[in-house]
Design a protein around this ligand. Structure first.
Ligand SMILES: Cc1ncc(COP(=O)(O)O)c(C=O)c1O
Length: 401
């Protein structure tokens, strides 16, 4: 339809200016396409898009040009064939598990210290739906192998660098184990980002990100994405079409903008992360520091092999000596620069208390079994001047009686 004056004002008001015919210029930045629906002059074309024989868009839940731009960008960064964007990291994880066959009668083997909501998704929701779920220490290859041999799981799910204990998964070895038993290896690469490692190149079948974190990078957007083969993406897409956890175009655009500075930001996160981890390790009020870049880290050699010279990221967790919840709260309330808030991967430094936030859904017994004690603090080191971050941590630790 054109905006011809043959239509009444009321009609023109609702149709005016919404379908820009091919402009003779190209915007250098991806536009945001808020349109939910798409129309074609020939019904045959619309039919072709619905039937998958022709490229195009028909309805927002089935795809959107801005979201496609994000998917192409992340697929490129992760060296994958294709990607599918979601409204959140959890929607991405859930859909990936369903697409590889997590259903009643099937099994999933997962790292025991995955992000709290991922743990709850498996332990509570999927279990209640008849999926057999086994949590294992993913750094113990024998334990992983034994669980896979027994259960032949649809999926083996791990985080490259785990949240919040910073354990590092030996991805090539895990891919071997998974494939030996016909399982798909799903890797949540949120903490590492493709700047540190591209798991698909190491045998992983499906890579997942909470784009809320480093990819977005500014704490202003919630999102998730899965990167995989064309064939797997098609399976995920069939699930997404009926579950509807897809990304909106405005959110996709914010992530796309964040990605433009991802490599630059990661350089600073890496160098600040290492400096802060070394400083914390030498502090008398800190009894343990988990950071893959420290020689004392149990999987330091694995991390070195995976990340090489690219760095070890900006995530640290550490234990305040002899601390309980009230001492941790006192430390948090003394901070002046670092922000106590429930996310990670932002440009500013963030602290989080896993026992009362990300891992609150776990019982105290489960938390202590997987090593998340009452003194554990997670630190997402930002890109500020490192001396300012250290000075703030120092004054807050000094303030502890
Ligand atoms: C490693 C990891 N995976 C997945 C998620 C879930 O992402 P979202 O909050 O975007 O749903 C989080 C959230 O903190 C996370 O840390």
């Amino acid at each position: 339809m054109n905006n011809s004056n043959t239509f009444s004002l009321a009609t023109r008001a609702v149709h005016a200016g919404i379908r820009v015919p091919h402009p003779d210029y190209v915007p250098t930045v991806t536009p945001i396409h808020p349109s939910v629906t798409y129309t074609y002059d020939r019904m045959e074309d619309l039919d072709g898009v619905f039937g998958g024989t022709r490229q195009g868009y028909v309805y927002g839940r089935y795809g959107n040009p801005t979201v496609t731009a994000l998917e192409e960008a992340v697929a490129t960064l992760e060296d994958g064939e294709a990607a599918l964007a979601f409204a959140s990291g959890m929607a991405a994880i859930h859909t990936a598990l369903l697409a590889v066959g997590a259903r009643a009668g099937s099994a999933v083997v997962a790292a025991q210290d995955v992000y709290g909501a991922t743990y709850a998704l498996l332990d509570q929701l999927l279990r209640s739906q008849g999926v057999t779920v086994r949590f294992v220490d993913a750094t113990d290859l024998e334990a992983v192998e034994s669980a896979c041999r027994e259960l032949k799981p649809a999926a083996l799910l791990v985080e490259t660098i785990s949240n919040p204990l910073l354990k590092v998964a030996d991805l090539p070895a895990l891919a071997n184990v998974a494939h030996q038993y016909g399982s798909a290896l799903l890797v949540d690469n949120t903490f590492a980002t493709p700047c540190l490692v591209q798991p698909l190149s190491l045998g992983t079948d499906i890579v997942i990100h909470s784009t809320t974190k480093y990819l977005g990078g500014h704490g202003d957007v919630l999102g998730g994405i899965v990167v995989t083969s064309h064939a797997q993406r098609a399976k995920l897409f069939e699930v997404l079409k009926v579950t509807g956890g897809n990304s909106g175009p405005h959110d996709a655009w914010l992530v796309l903008r964040g990605i433009k500075t991802l490599p630059l930001r990661m350089q600073q996160h890496n160098s600040n992360g290492l400096a802060v981890a070394r400083w914390l390790q030498a502090h008398p009020k800190v009894s343990q520091v988990n950071y893959p870049g420290l020689a004392s880290h149990p999987q330091h050699q694995v991390a070195k092999g995976l990340f090489g010279t690219r760095g070890y990221g900006g995530m640290i967790s550490f234990v305040l000596s002899g601390a309980d919840q009230s001492r941790v709260f006192q430390f948090f309330e003394s901070l002046r620069l670092c922000v106590p808030a429930t996310t990670l991967g932002d440009v500013h430094t963030l602290v989080l208390y896993p026992a009362h936030s990300s891992h609150r859904a776990l019982s105290p017994e489960e938390r202590s079994r997987i090593g998340i004690g009452d003194g554990l603090i997670r630190l997402s080191v930002g890109i500020e001047a490192v001396e300012d971050i250290i000075n703030d941590l120092d004054q807050a630790l000094t303030a502890l009686d």
